[in-house]
Design a protein around this ligand. Structure first.
Ligand SMILES: [Zn+2]
Length: 197
């Protein structure tokens, strides 16, 4: 049996998402059309609403509906700033309740092969921001892939002349793993045991 064109289109959209293969995409599409028909409209509306409302904070580049984001607005006098790769990496810190300071989202890691150099990341803005803020500590929380390591190295070098303590998360975050998926305990340990640079 061949899937009708509109269903085929739906499957193609699902399978364009990371981690969703064609089989799973097809299962999801069939599931929505058979057992969850009523979910389709709210599902589409939530996508549309997020697409319309979500932007990035002009200060820290986290996802937000307001600019500046609530974190930047409420923590302007914070003494620590945590540098993360992407907006979704903020959540584990907030969930674990370990960091009550500011964040800065780089928007990726250095990856020369994919054409991502320092200019493609929010690094100039970061340096500018740190210069202006009266911070005690900057925490590099960039995961453990080789790209993350070289990004951390570059940022550390750029910050070394500024009068601020530089630390990084302790080892213990599994090699190559994504901060977003780290459990709270591992995150807590890595944060508490952070290392001076
Ligand atoms: Zn912000």
């Amino acid at each position: 049996m061949i899937d009708p064109p509109s269903l085929e289109k739906m499957i193609a959209e699902f399978s364009s998402l990371p981690g969703i293969g064609r089989k799973t995409a097809r299962r999801l599409a069939y599931h929505l059309l058979t057992r969850s028909r009523g979910r389709i409209k709210p599902f589409c509306e939530s996508l549309k609403e997020a697409d319309e409302k979500i932007k990035t904070c002009s200060v820290c580049h986290a996802f937000t509906e307001e600019d500046p984001c609530p974190l930047c607005a409420s923590r302007e006098h914070a003494k620590t700033l945590c540098i993360v790769e992407k907006s979704s990496d903020i959540l584990p810190f907030e969930n674990a309740g370990i960091h009550r300071g500011l964040y800065h989202v780089l928007g990726g890691t250095l990856s020369p092969l994919d054409g991502v150099g320092p200019e493609e990341l929010h690094i100039p803005g970061l340096i500018e921001r740190i210069r202006k803020l009266n911070l005690q500590e900057v925490i590099l929380a960039l995961g453990s892939s080789p790209e993350a390591e070289s990004t951390a190295l570059l940022i550390d070098r750029l910050l070394q002349d500024l009068p601020v303590k530089r630390t990084r998360l302790a080892r213990g975050i599994p090699m190559g793993s994504d901060l977003e998926f780290i459990d709270e305990i591992t995150m807590l340990r890595a944060f508490e045991g952070r290392i001076s640079l």
